[in-house]
Design a protein around this ligand. Structure first.
Ligand SMILES: Nc1ncnc2c1ncn2[C@@H]1O[C@H](COP(=O)(O)OP(=O)(O)OP(=O)(O)O)[C@@H](O)[C@H]1O
Length: 985
């Protein structure tokens, strides 16, 4: 196994020899940029081969450009350059060249600004086979046979190419690679169970050339042919990622080799010209830094976009045009010198950040036989859509029908996963590194899962800057190659196994890279026009063929006559198809013209901006720009539509004129039919419009009275509400009264009980039922007593039989009464002067029998809730005083009486008979009792409907001081509505 001098130092922590000086100050100070010092290791072999392809006068112009704005229309950067912003000095647009860093090395600034893409005209810095220096290429690497095979693979559905590179160890190695089977397995000495992995390639040794050939060569070619390509190195710290990507002077890594191959490819591709732009950035502690920013200048880069299907935008990110290997060397040298590296417990020059070297490749067909068109300014100042990262300078333009192909080659050196170190700052960095690598692992895992299980689960790209940056590529639109580096040391088995497991997951990710091309709209329009012309010609021919009336030569006439009906039908179908195609192409022309006009008007993209697709990651300024562009597009389209309509109208009228039958030639039946159809259509339309108008008018009419009626309705509602409130107040008052009455009733009951006890003690109890007897008394009906002072006893209190109105009323005797019709007594309908021998039925009453044998005080009728059905049994005697005859009449002064009556039980009956009564309060002037006599006489008793059948009734007008009595016994029942009788009886 070959060894490398570098490997020996891995045995124990090496002395501090950082990739860039980090001595002194705080850790952060130590991480600030060092002055650029040439790194002899970097591409030294190619230094001397540099020969600038730019002519001296162009150079002079470029130099003057660095102090004054370019002649090109400034291209809006992704964000407006604010002079007040802290990032002043950032080289972003040609308009801001003076705002460079505080005190940068002048030579360095000149060197960096000269090829900054914002300061050059793309047409001046194109590279083609003629400008590539032979010394910059190694043509042998690109043999035709190999190229053909890799080219055939491009654009196909693909998987990530995964290779493993086992770093040479210092004698001890835990892993056994098998290059022939592309597998690697853990030495059984260290493995409890057999552990083996297979990949696309398993590589060993220190030579970087075979590594490049296996891992990256085809991906570079893919990038040159318009596909995005990504190569990244993944592995634990000190496993050889940087060695693989950057390499050494003696063993250049993938980046320098890839760049050399880019020029080799250009050299062998005579048909195209290229614009190459480089950028170099690093992600350090979850912050993106521009490695090409001049010293002293702000270097923070914001990442935007990257949503589904969208490109990412890195801004402000410096992009430098490269025209030779020397240019690439300069860029790499500067970038490398700015990378954050430090000595750790495992690697004396450990990368503390993920670094990304990006090459944007734009190319188009060369104009016939021309050399790069130096000095030509872009006429419209239009930009070709880049890959999102291309914000900051002019782009290569599609011109003369030559479309522009754009792709990005990203070469990524990830920081290595590591354990906590003895240094606090390194540990902090390590945490960021590990977290972002973990996210990368999760993202890869989910992508692979989605691909194998055909799911569409959410991918957490946004969880780290690294995954966000890689989102477009990992989402599939790139050809990806991953090289996983392994430290063979037995002490690193766990980390190596984890790396190999990551490699296995990556293998599951599916890719479908697509080419990105921007076409020249003018060329496209021209092509469409030509096609339309051709179609029109063919259409005319077919029309002629079908026209039998034309002045044709005899053979043609004969041919037309011979055509069968089927042939004629086919021909008209073909004509119809041709017409459709012409219409379609006209539409396309319209769209293309809109696009090109818009672009000429300064839009930043040569494609129409879709107002529907809004990337909310864009800054408000960018969104505003898009909105503006969309508006422009809309207004332009409206103009187009208007002019098209005008043209159509003109065409139709001229056609109508030409089709109009001449007076000499009567219209054919067909024409007449068509005419009729048209008229019918117009009439239908007119009818429809009229109908709609009528409907609208109706709606308007309907809404009008509604709105007028509204105040009245509101008034009515208000009135009802007030009435309800009054009603509720009345209810409260009644309830209060009821409560008081109940208390009084209770007192009376107690008095009565006392009286009965006394009655019993006098030996009279045997003549009447016991006070606690549950048996109702069935005594002869009509036992009403006038001014009687005798009590018949207290029947059972059978509330379980349907307690209803606890009104002091009762009946006795046997009889029946019913009430079915709505009650409404007629005033003065009947009167009786006697209460004796009467049956009085009040509304269904429980057999609450409360007797009073005193003539005073007047009893009260208590209103309360009525149950729906009730049945009562009992007897009571009530003597409340003298009854006065009075004509029947309705109580007055009760405005709500009718509605109250409506709520009364519909039926009340009594089985039995007796004297009924209603007791009135002293102050109740108008209330009265209406009792039936021997017939179904509707009564209003204390606000309750009833009828009675019995032997008599007492009717009287309530006068102040008048009292009544009642006695009754029997079975009571009733049913009706739930009832409230807030009515004083
Ligand atoms: N294949 C190899 N052949 C010879 N030397 C190697 C090889 N791989 C790595 N090395 C050496 O091992 C050391 C560590 O390598 P390198 O810096 O590339 O590791 P790394 O994975 O980039 O580490 P970190 O993640 O810490 O940056 C270097 O000195 C390098 O020269």
């Amino acid at each position: 196994m070959s060894t490398n001098p570098g490997t020996s130092k891995l045995a124990k922590p090496a002395p501090f020899t950082p990739k860039k000086p980090m001595n002194g100050g705080t850790s952060m100070d130590r991480l600030t940029r060092a002055t650029v010092t040439p790194n002899p290791n970097l591409l030294a072999s190619t230094h001397k081969k540099y020969k600038a392809p730019i002519s001296s006068d162009v150079k002079a112009r470029l130099r003057s450009n660095s102090s004054k704005p370019t002649t090109l229309a400034p291209i809006p950067s992704s964000r407006p350059t604010s002079p007040t912003k802290s990032d002043n000095g950032r080289p972003r647009t040609p308009g801001t060249p003076t705002k460079r860093g505080s005190t940068p090395d002048p030579s360095l600034v000149r060197a960096t600004s000269e090829m900054d893409v914002t300061n050059v005209d793309p047409e001046d810095v194109l590279v083609d086979f003629q400008t590539v220096e032979p010394a910059d290429v190694s043509l042998g690497e690109l043999d035709e046979a190999w190229l053909k095979t890799v080219q055939a693979d491009h654009g196909k559905e693909d998987k990530v190419m995964v290779s493993v590179r086992l770093r040479p160890g210092d004698g001890k190695t835990a892993w056994q690679p098998s290059v022939s089977t592309n597998s690697i397995h853990l030495d059984p000495v260290h493995a409890k169970t057999p552990t083996s992995f297979t990949f696309d390639a398993v590589l060993t040794g220190s030579a970087n050339k075979p590594i490049f050939a296996t891992v990256a060569r085809s991906h570079v070619v893919a990038a040159m042919e318009g596909f995005n390509a990504v190569v990244f190195a993944y592995g634990q710290t000190a496993s050889g990622k940087t060695y693989t990507l950057s390499g050494t002077e003696a063993e250049p890594g993938i980046i320098p080799r890839a760049m050399r191959q880019v020029f080799s490819y250009i050299r062998r591709t005579e048909s195209r010209e290229y614009l190459l732009r480089c950028s170099y950035l690093e992600i350090y502690n979850e912050q993106i830094h521009d490695l090409l920013a001049p010293p002293g200048a702000p270097n923070k880069v914001e990442l935007q976009g990257g949503t589904v299907g969208g490109d990412i935008i890195l801004a402000p990110l410096r992009e430098e045009v490269v025209t030779s290997i020397k240019g690439v060397q300069d860029v790499l040298k500067r970038g490398e010198s700015h990378r954050r590296t430090a000595c750790t417990d495992w690697n004396e020059r450990s990368s503390r950040s993920h670094s990304v070297f990006r090459l944007v490749i734009e190319s188009r067909e060369r104009a016939d036989g021309s050399i790069p068109s130096s000095g030509r300014a872009t006429p419209s100042g239009r930009q070709t859509p880049g890959l999102g990262a291309n914000h900051g300078g002019p782009r290569l333009q599609a011109r003369d029908g030559r479309s522009v192909q754009t792709s990005v080659l990203s070469l990524i050196d990830l920081a290595g996963s590591e354990k906590a170190t003895s240094d606090k700052e390194r540990t902090r960095e390590g945490k960021y590194i590990n977290t972002s690598l973990l996210t990368l692992g999760t993202v890869i895992g989910k992508l692979s899962d989605n691909a194998t299980k055909q799911k569409n689960d959410h991918i957490p790209f946004r969880d780290s800057k690294l995954t966000r940056l890689l989102q477009p590529s990992l989402s599939g639109n790139a050809r990806i190659s991953v090289i996983c580096t392994i430290n063979p040391d037995p002490s690193a088995i766990a980390e190596s196994t984890s790396t190999l497991q990551f490699a296995q997951r990556v293998k599951g990710v599916k890719l479908h890279a697509q080419k990105k091309q921007v076409v020249d709209t003018e060329a496209l329009i021209e092509r469409y026009r030509k096609e339309i012309e051709d179609l029109r010609r063919r259409l005319e021919e077919k029309e002629n063929l079908l026209d039998t009336n034309g002045k044709d030569e005899e053979p043609l006439k004969a041919k037309k006559r011979r055509m069968s009906a089927q042939e004629k039908a086919d021909e008209s179908q073909a004509m119809h198809d041709l017409q459709s195609r012409i219409q379609q192409l006209t539409k396309l022309i319209l769209t293309s013209q809109t696009v090109s006009e818009e672009s000429a008007g300064g839009s930043s993209d040569s494609r129409p901006v879709s107002p529907v697709k809004i990337d909310f990651d864009l800054s408000p300024y960018e969104l505003q720009q898009q909105l503006l562009a969309a508006r422009l597009q809309l207004s332009s389209q409206s103009t187009q539509i208007l002019s098209l309509e005008a043209a159509l109208e003109a065409a139709q009228s001229s056609r109508v004129e030409s089709e109009a039958p001449s007076p000499s030639q009567p219209a054919s039946e067909d024409d007449r039919d068509k005419e009729n159809d048209r008229e019918r259509l117009i009439q239908d339309q007119a009818k429809m419009i009229e109908e709609q108008g009528r409907k609208i008018r109706q709606l308007e009419d309907r809404s009008h009275p509604l709105s007028e009626d509204l105040p009245r309705q509101l008034e009515e509602e208000k009135r009802k509400r007030e009435e309800k409130e009054r009603w509720a107040e009345e209810l409260v008052r009644q309830l209060d009264k009821e409560r008081k009455a109940r208390i009084q009733l209770e007192d009376e009951r107690r008095a009565l009980q006392a009286f009965v006890s006394k009655f019993d003690s006098l030996g009279l109890g045997s003549t009447i039922p016991g006070s606690n007897s549950s048996t109702p008394i069935s005594s002869p009906a009509g036992a009403g007593r006038r001014r009687s002072s005798a009590a018949f006893g207290i029947p059972s209190y059978s509330s379980d039989l349907g307690a209803a109105r606890r009104r002091r009323s009762s009946a006795f005797g046997i009889g029946a009464s019913s009430l079915r019709q709505p009650l409404f007594p007629t005033s003065d309908s009947s009167s009786s002067s006697s209460l004796s021998s009467s049956t009085s039925v009040t509304t269904a009453s429980s057999a609450t029998s409360i007797s009073s044998i005193s003539s005073s005080p007047p009893s009260k009728s208590i209103s309360r809730r009525e149950s729906r059905d009730s049945l009562g049994l009992g007897m009571s005697l009530q003597l409340t005083g003298t009854s006065e005859s009075s004509p029947l009449r309705l109580p007055e002064g009760h405005s709500n009486m009718p509605s109250l009556l409506e709520q009364m039980p519909e039926e009340a009956w009594v089985l039995g008979g007796g004297a009924g009564d209603v007791s009135f309060e002293e102050e109740e002037k108008e209330a009265e009792s209406i009792l039936g006599l021997g017939s179904r006489v509707p009564s209003v008793v204390g606000g309750m409907k009833s009828s009675s059948v019995g032997f008599g009734s007492g009717v009287g007008k309530k006068e102040p001081g008048t009292v009544r009595f009642s006695t009754s016994v029997g079975v009571f029942g009733g049913h009706g509505k739930e009832n409230v009788t807030p009515f004083k009886g």
